[in-house]
Ligand binder design. Structure first.
Ligand code: HEM
Ligand code: HEM
Length: 186
């Protein structure tokens, strides 16, 4: 299987990073929402630690993914998709990248502004001092940006499913199928 993208399909590395990150981000959002309501205690602290670790993992993966995206040109969308729609897809993908980058950075600032460390193989250098008011604001922005990211991702997933079931083209299959012969002949 090709590691790199071709003109009409994603390669193994782009697919792997896309699906691992999709799973991780959806998991982090559910975890984030569920954990904030827990009573203070050992269990809450452990879940916060797991959220921070998985969130930092998502950050490292998105750095790798953004770097790979610069090296490996994305496949072209089918010609049946209008120029305006292609621009919209580009904007939506770009926005998701920006959010995937800033949400974890904000998360680290949320933890540090509460005076909590961010251990991740090594401890992250302190970027903000402990400040209760700042912590409240950062926590709200972190949560809101995560919600915008997941909202965009869900809308994007619905469009991908519509390509498959309604418009019956290969847009979903070229991100899901692992073997060349699984794509429809053109
Ligand atoms: C893509 C990565 C991430 C996503 C999607 C995400 C998502 C979320 C969500 C949805 C919440 C709940 C917000 C609320 O209900 O107010 C939350 C809370 C939180 N996240 Fe993240 N997070 C990510 C990465 C991180 C990272 C890397 C850290 C720290 C290193 C972090 C630290 C926190 C903390 C401390 C809270 C609790 C905020 C509070 O006290 O209200 N997150 N996260
Ligand atoms: C948190 C969840 C998700 C995020 C953040 C996300 C993000 C992205 C991004 C940034 C791209 C652009 C290509 C790249 O650089 O990798 C992409 C492509 C794609 N995604 Fe997602 N995605 C998510 C979930 C899903 C789901 C659930 C589906 C399917 C039901 C899906 C289907 C696709 C398809 C088909 C493409 C290729 C579109 C094209 O050919 O241009 N994604 N996704």
């Amino acid at each position: 299987m090709a590691m790199k993208n071709a003109q009409d399909r994603y390669g193994f590395i782009a697919k792997l990073l896309h699906w691992v990150m999709a799973f991780l981000i959806l998991d982090l959002v559910v975890m984030g929402v569920a954990m904030t309501g827990l009573p203070t205690g050992e269990q809450k602290a452990q879940i916060f630690d797991a959220h921070k670790f998985l969130g930092m993992t998502a950050f490292v993966l998105v750095l790798l993914r953004a770097g790979w995206r610069l090296i490996d040109t994305a496949p072209r969308l089918p010609a049946s998709i209008s120029h305006v729609q292609q621009r919209l897809v580009g904007v939506a993908h770009g926005l998701m990248y920006v959010l995937m980058l800033i949400v974890p950075v904000l998360g680290a600032l949320v933890a540090q502004s509460a005076g909590k460390p961010v251990p991740f193989f090594f401890e992250l250098p302190v970027m903000v001092v402990r400040d209760e008011a700042l912590h409240e604001i950062l926590a709200k922005i972190h949560g809101a940006c995560a919600m915008v990211l997941v909202g965009l991702a869900l809308a994007h997933a619905l469009v991908a499913l519509a390509h498959h079931w309604v418009w019956k083209d290969d847009v979903l299959r070229r991100m899901t199928r692992w073997r060349r012969q699984d794509l429809r002949p053109r």
